[in-house]
Design a protein around this ligand. Structure first.
Ligand code: 4AD
Ligand code: MG
Length: 439
């Protein structure tokens, strides 16, 4: 609003000390103490805020004995406000330091329990504090940008965000992997997929997506399974498998490019050269399940036509790849009841998994959907499910059932590959695994 005086910001961001004209100028900074040491009446510490880190030096003579002693008592991760002059100093990280003439202790804190060489288990117990590390900060910045990039792509494609429930009355992806809860004396389930709800929302909206947590009660202790993960799911009307795969590859490449452009420093810090992501260009290679089995047998893996592709098989298929690949047309019996049987070959489905390269494996499950109510009921029976529990879903095939297709992408799976992490738990602040649901 014109005419309203704007007060100057009371504090400067730490990174402002590195501006080209900052040397010699005054700064007021606030943040947390990364580390400190004191000797001969001089206190050195590194101050961190969301914008960066800066060495701060303070002299007892300048601060006064009492203020100096208080500043010396501040523990790692304690909070302070400092005022002083920016100086150039070749010995300081980044060549700058703040020479403080005032330090206000906001919270001196207790001894910080996290330091070098602690066990993974201990760090997971202290996850609420461990996530302050520079590495975690970088990972979750990349994740935030990835989520924004995916949403921006979907908005540009005119796909509408929907908000399906995660508390449900029937499991959708096979009952054995659903977490069952007591819903006021009746069985309830934590959602494994929003797909069935998105199929219901599809009819008036034609292009819909949801970004919700999905839950899997799999006791798989693998580097790629979480019991709670963030699931990006999309349903598109008037869409076949071919159109769907081109949508997926454009989405993945676009999101990877945005992350590479906007988070180059973090990617480099975490060991993924951004150029590798910028080099991704659709279309991604496509091979059929049958060809994948032949390739694996040629590599000497003990697989048969009809066996599912597990971690080891996906790893072998993608280890030498530099871009993701689609494996298409899986055997019908291996896949979910809602997948469309291939025209001319009811033994396979119009489905594909997108496998991340470098051995990472499945990040997307996709298929065209069965529109015929009779075939859906038959497939439900074959998989041992009671069609009566899917009554509301079957209604969708009674009223305006049209060709459509959709997919689910595991956000942490995608991020694990983008960041080249060994374990998927690194990609989420509070990982949920069979052995852990705290903190
Ligand atoms: O292949 P899934 O099980 O497919 C579905 O749930 C479909 N209903 C999705 C849809 O079409 N709307 O799961 C989709 C993706 C997988 O490709 C994988 O990336 C991720 O979800 N995912 C997991 N991510 C982390 N931990 C787990 N335990 C996961 N299980 C699946
Ligand atoms: Mg799958």
């Amino acid at each position: 609003m014109a005419g309203v005086p704007v007060a100057p910001p009371a504090f400067d961001p730490v990174h402002s000390a590195f501006a080209s004209d900052a040397v010699g100028s005054r700064r007021r900074l606030r943040g947390w103490l990364l580390r400190s040491r004191s000797s001969g009446g001089i206190l050195f510490f590194v101050l961190r805020d969301r914008t960066g880190t800066l060495q701060v030096t303070a002299k007892r003579d300048r601060l006064g004995a009492e203020a100096f002693a208080a500043a010396e008592r501040v523990q790692v991760e304690g909070a302070v406000q400092v005022e002083g002059t920016v100086a150039a100093d070749a010995r300081a990280p980044g060549g700058r330091e703040l020479r403080a003439d005032r330090i206000d202790v906001v919270h001196s804190g207790e001894a910080f329990p996290i330091f070098a060489d602690q066990t993974e288990e201990f760090l997971l117990d202290k996850r609420h504090l461990a996530i302050r590390s520079q590495e975690h900060v970088a990972i979750f910045r990349v994740k935030a940008t990835l989520l924004r990039a995916l949403r921006e792509f979907l908005a540009a494609e005119d796909v509408l965000e929907m908000t399906p429930p995660v508390l449900t009355g029937n499991p959708a992806e096979g009952g054995s992997e659903a977490f069952q809860i007591d819903y006021f004396g009746r069985p309830g389930y934590l959602s494994q997929t929003a797909q069935l709800y998105l199929e219901a929302l599809l009819v008036p909206n034609e292009r819909v997506y949801a970004l919700t947590p999905s839950f899997r009660a799999e006791k798989s202790r693998t580097p790629r399974h979480l019991t709670e993960y963030l699931h990006l799911e999309i349903e598109l009307a008037w869409c076949d498998l071919n159109d769907l795969l081109s949508f997926i590859e454009r989405m993945v490449a676009s999101a990877a490019h945005t992350v590479a452009r906007e988070r180059a420093a973090e990617l480099t810090q975490l060991g993924r050269p951004p150029e590798e992501l910028l080099a991704l260009t659709p279309p991604f290679p496509r091979i059929t399940y049958r060809a994948a089995i032949e390739r694996l047998r040629a590599q000497g893996l003990p697989v048969e036509l009809g066996s599912d592709l597990g971690t080891a098989e996906e790893r072998a298929l993608t280890l030498e790849e530099r871009a993701p690949i689609f494996v298409t047309h899986f055997p019908t019996r291996l896949k979910a009841f809602y997948m469309l049987r291939s025209p001319g070959d009811p033994e396979t489905v119009e489905a594909a998994d997108l496998l991340a390269p470098e051995g990472y494996g499945e990040i997307v499950g996709a298929s065209a959907r069965e529109t015929d109510i009779g075939l859906l009921i038959e497939r439900l029976r074959e998989t041992g499910a009671d069609p009566a529990t899917y009554e509301w879903y079957l209604d969708l095939r009674r009223h305006g059932s049209v060709p459509h297709a959709g997919f689910g992408l595991g956000v942490e799976r995608l991020l694990r590959w983008i960041l080249r992490r060994e374990h998927i738990r690194d990609t989420t602040p509070f990982p949920r695994t069979p052995s852990r649901h705290t903190p």
